[in-house]
Ligand binder design. Sequence first.
Ligand SMILES: [Zn+2]
Length: 87
Amino acid sequence: MNVIAELQVPPLFKDGQAIACPVCGQDDDLTLIIDSQDFSETAALLRCDDAHQWAEPRVPRRIGAELLAIRARERPDLIDWSEAQRL
Ligand SMILES: [Zn+2]
């Protein structure tokens, strides 16, 4: 089953640099848009609180899928399924 879910993630760093919104610079509480079955190295989609959305090449989609699998197992209450849709 393919599920699209949105997960708020803690600040992400790559090579000591915070991953931030390219438009407004927000770098905490970013929302990761996850396809539960996409374990590829394709750039993941991120969104900030101002609804800017972008593909972040430093965050592969596999990270989101792995994160979602762990959360679904351990803390399903932390996942916002309201935005989720089955494909
Ligand atoms: Zn932004």
